[in-house]
Design a protein around this ligand. Structure first.
Ligand SMILES: *[C@@H]1O[C@H](CO)[C@@H](O)[C@H](O)[C@H]1NC(C)=O
Ligand SMILES: *[C@@H]1O[C@H](CO)[C@@H](O)[C@H](O)[C@H]1NC(C)=O
Length: 333
């Protein structure tokens, strides 16, 4: 049913994303060295930079698409997600443990300053921020999960919050409770919101009102179990044709889904079992950056999947992404 994937795993930081691949089909490149748990890729088209994190190491990375240079800063805590600001490409709204923090990264000297804007879930101190994005109006949507993801013993501890410029210190609860708040995406018309609470193994669709940033009328758009996919849906993005691209944690692949018909359109194997997230980038938004993890893998498993924990790039997918929205909740710190 699925197209054969041309697998070109090139280890090394200077591998060209558009390489010497003569095939017309999709190609895969490993573009970074592994970290422990790469997550939350975010593309900034202003400088052609991909941002991503190594969550538990507190590291925030930038991958410069033009010269393939990688730089990083280390924050104190678990870091996820990272969203760049509209007012300043070096100002980020970052999830740090269970706080929302503004970070100004001075790339010239490698230093940063930060300021905590808000802290959530005082009733569940073991919660951390997980996936998050900005919407078209620059409001922030960040979700939480219990750190150990033990939803049997610690069920319903997560929430999805929205933060607006009007009251940055008071995140509003949008969906509660959830277990592991994860991928989200808005369609091209910006009237649908897609959302993943990982243990449900579903992709939910809501009607979306952009003016007020409100969601309503939840329905299940895609059910992994209907397609024999026994994995956790994790990060997610959308393409210009309104199809969803979803990282499968424990599924070693990225799937392409039509959320209107519930069809599984394609599946792309990634040489790492734990695929954490996906994000379109590149000057034409036609490269799908894929983050992966090596958490919980045995030495033996790591021998078999040495790229686990790296960022990969999938190219020639025959489509491209929608522009990434920037945070617009503060102008500086
Ligand atoms: C950057 O931070 C380091 C360590 O805190 C400090 O020694 C250095 O002076 C800083 N550089 C600038 C330009 O502020
Ligand atoms: C969270 O997980 C628990 C345990 O699996 C389950 O009973 C509960 O319904 C889940 N909550 C949601 C919102 O899905």
């Amino acid at each position: 049913m699925f197209r054969h994937l041309v697998l070109i795993v090139a280890i090394g930081l200077n591998t060209e994303v558009h390489g010497s691949n003569n095939f017309d089909g999709p190609a895969l490149y490993q573009i970074t060295e592994p970290v422990t748990h790469a997550e939350c890729p975010s593309w900034d088209g202003r400088n052609n930079i991909l941002y991503y994190v190594d969550v538990h190491a507190g590291k925030m990375f930038s991958y410069d698409y033009t010269n393939k240079e990688i730089t990083s800063i280390t924050l104190e805590g678990a870091v996820s997600p990272v969203v760049q600001s509209k007012s300043d490409p070096d100002l980020f709204i970052v999830g740090l443990d269970r706080s929302i923090v503004a970070v100004k990264w001075n790339r010239e000297d490698g230093n940063y300053t930060s300021k905590t804007l808000a802290t959530v879930s005082d009733d569940h101190p073991d919660c951390n921020m997980n996936d998050g994005k900005a919407d078209k109006e620059g409001r922030i949507w960040y979700g939480t999960m219990d750190q150990d993801a033990d939803t049997v013993n610690h069920p319903n501890r997560g929430k999805l919050f929205r933060i607006t410029r009007d009251d940055v210190s008071t995140p509003e609860e949008i969906i509660s409770p959830v277990n592991v708040s994860n991928g989200m995406a808005w369609n091209k018309a910006n009237d649908k919101f897609y959302y993943i609470d990982s243990p449900t193994q579903q992709i939910a669709e809501y009607d979306y009102d952009n003016e007020n940033g409100e969601i309503s009328n939840r329905r299940v758009a895609f059910e992994l179990k209907d397609h024999d996919l026994n994995a956790s849906p994790d990060g997610m993005t959308i393409d210009v044709d309104d199809n969803l691209w979803v990282a499968l944690y424990g599924g070693g692949s990225v799937i392409k889904v039509n959320p209107t018909t519930g069809e599984l359109l394609d599946r792309f194997p990634i040489p790492a079992e734990s695929v954490t997230s996906v994000m379109w980038g590149g000057p034409d938004l036609d490269i799908l950056f894929v983050t992966t993890s090596r958490i919980g893998l045995s030495d033996d498993q790591i021998m078999k999947q040495p790229g686990a924990g790296s960022v990969f790039a999938l190219t020639k997918l025959g489509t491209s992404g929608l522009p990434v929205f920037e945070a617009d909740i503060i102008d500086n710190i």
